[in-house]
Write a protein that binds this ligand. Structure first.
Ligand code: MN
Length: 423
């Protein structure tokens, strides 16, 4: 399907008319409001709503708000009806209502380079999982040895920990290197200072639109219906802090300092043609975790690294979301099974996505095998972990026959640690 907006019809662009992700934008001096992305443009959904061209069916305007949460809370019928109306307005042979209104086009279609993109929804809570088999195997081998790499519960439970919603930031936000406590192997006592093994985790984030009532679990199928869409997610990780603190309750300071997400939420409807099943189960799952159909997605992923002085970014990993052992719907159903209320705005990190090959790993910890095998970038620099000034960028898209359903990018540049005081 083509759009009358030419830049939406390229083979490698991220935002064809088949995508229509949702986000929040503003121009300088304006209040943030909701939008979709089409080709090289941002389409102002508040302007379309004001003009009477779209209606989410809430009985009030929802797209003038600075976050998608109200729209996300309306559920599948509203998500689908807005999507099909936008498709009609933007398709080459669709309705003329927007296309023929030059004044509205001038007001609502804004070159993407002229806007700032904001956190697309207000993040109510954030949980991060550990659902990639290869990643769990790799990290377990490095931290505990190959015999104890996979914890005994791993093939039965999507393991997770509760993270911090307060430090989820949008792509482009600079990230300060954290200070913390570590214990070098050669030292008898812990030391304090800037993290020296700063890392990324390549993940997808599932965005929850619909809540479940307190005390009422949901099935995997119901959990899937609660999910509004997906973003790219970088779970920044301080490996030296993590190694010292993580037993017995899991990561704490190692992960709380920042989590970056991409600015566009790609809907389940756009990803529907790319649904795939989770890999074969090595041990049968308990019935409450079994999926009624394919609930993972075939999404190609890349990690790029660019030192401050480098002329270009180097791709250091290529992998795919389809390698995960558990889907977001399974994670959400597991999260709610004991009665936990999941909220509008809940964000679920997939866990680090590492493919089976060495150049498919989703963290520097794995790519450099604990810092023992430095990477040489295309521009000549070598790296084990992230240095100050380095920019890390995640990219993702589902590959169609002649188009991509893109997520855009999720980028962050590392700033030096806070100047040390007399702590
Ligand atoms: Mn993680």
């Amino acid at each position: 399907m083509k759009s009358w907006i030419e830049s939406a019809n390229t083979a490698e662009g991220h935002f064809p008319v088949l995508n229509l992700p949702f986000g929040v934008f503003s121009r300088v001096g304006e209040a943030p409001r909701c939008a979709t992305a089409i080709g090289d443009f941002v389409l102002d959904l508040a302007a379309l709503e004001d003009a009477g061209l779209i209606d989410a069916g809430a009985g009030r305007a929802v797209f003038g708000e600075p976050a998608l949460n109200s729209f996300m809370g309306l559920g599948t019928p509203a998500w689908d009806s807005v999507r099909s109306r936008l498709t009609e307005l933007l398709a080459e042979d669709g309705a003329p209502d927007l296309r023929s209104d030059a004044a509205l086009c001038a007001r609502a279609l804004i070159p993407a380079g002229d806007v700032a993109l904001h956190l697309p929804f207000s993040v109510s809570e954030y949980t991060d999982f550990y659902a990639g088999r290869q990643h769990a195997q790799n990290v377990g081998t490095m931290f505990r040895g190959p015999e104890n790499a996979l914890p005994p519960n791993w093939l039965h439970i999507p393991i997770g920990y509760n993270g911090r919603a307060s430090t989820v930031v949008v792509s482009g936000t600079a990230i300060r290197r954290p200070l913390g406590q570590t214990k070098p192997a050669e030292s008898d006592a812990p030391i304090f200072g800037p993290c020296r093994r700063l890392d990324i985790e390549l993940e997808m984030g599932a965005v929850v639109g619909l809540p479940n009532p307190f005390g009422e679990p949901v099935t995997v199928a119901e959990a899937d219906d609660m999910i509004f869409g997906y973003v790219l997610l970088n779970d920044w990780s301080a490996r030296d802090i993590q190694a010292w603190e993580y037993q017995p309750l899991g990561p704490f300071q190692a992960k709380v300092f920042a989590t970056s997400i991409s600015p566009w939420v790609v809907t389940k409807a756009a990803l529907e043609p790319f649904r795939v099943s989770t890999p074969a189960r090595e041990k049968p799952l308990l019935p409450y975790l079994r999926e009624p159909g394919p609930m993972l997605y075939d999404v190609e992923l890349e990690v790029r690294m660019q030192p401050e002085e480098a002329a270009a970014a180097s791709t250091i990993s290529r992998t795919n979301y389809k390698h995960m052992y558990y889907s977001a719907a399974q994670q959400l159903a597991h999260h709610a099974i004991g009665g936990c209320r999941m909220n509008n705005g809940d964000l679920l990190g997939s866990g680090t996505i590492s493919g089976p090959e060495k150049d498919q790993f989703g963290s520097l910890l794995e790519l450099t095998w604990g810092g023992k095998e430095p990477l040489t970038l295309e521009t000549g620099e070598t790296r084990t972990f992230i240095e100050d000034g380095d920019t890390m960028t995640l990219m993702g898209w589902a590959q169609g026959d002649d188009h991509r359903i893109g997520f855009g990018e999720c980028a962050g540049t590392i700033l030096p640690a806070p100047t040390e005081r007399n702590w």
